[in-house]
Design a protein around this ligand. Structure first.
Ligand SMILES: [Zn+2]
Ligand SMILES: [Zn+2]
Length: 143
């Protein structure tokens, strides 16, 4: 399985993404914007998951169901993951020197900041649409 290495701004945290990128999107929700200097979080998933290493990796408990990985030295945004599914953590595309692919959608477009004009390079999805798609996938997995 191929591996792609990346790192945070200070280099204290390294990441290895395993296998092909399976999906990526830019999240414009209010929480991501608050964490990411007002911008979207460009988050990707990989076939074999991602492995982080480094003492400055910290997980912020951002809601009842999810947590956000960041570097406690340089404050780089690293990851978002569901507490119930840590093996499916997303990783910030900004950590890699060369992009492994393009985003396929802009999500939580209805929560985008009033200061930003969303590019129309890819389809937009509202928070409601994203949650409905997630729930449909979850129930399909259970069958
Ligand atoms: Zn760092
Ligand atoms: Zn978000």
């Amino acid at each position: 399985m191929s591996e792609l290495g990346g790192q945070c701004l200070c280099g204290g945290v390294s990441v290895i993404a395993k296998g092909a990128m399976t999906d990526a999107d830019a999240c414009h929700c209010a929480m991501c914007r608050r964490q990411n200097a007002g911008g979207a979080f460009y988050a990707a998933h990989f076939e074999g998951g991602v492995a982080f290493s480094g003492d400055s990796l910290k997980w912020f408990n951002s809601s009842d169901y999810a947590e956000r990985g960041f570097c406690s030295d340089c404050s780089a945004t690293l990851s978002w993951r569901m507490k119930a599914m840590p093996e499916q953590a997303s990783v910030s595309l900004g950590l890699f020197d060369s992009a492994p692919g393009q985003i396929s959608s802009r999500i939580f477009s209805d929560e985008a900041g009033g200061y930003e004009t969303l590019p129309t390079d890819v389809p937009h999805k509202t928070g409601e649409q994203v949650i409905a798609e997630f729930m449909a996938r979850q129930s399909a997995n259970k069958e």
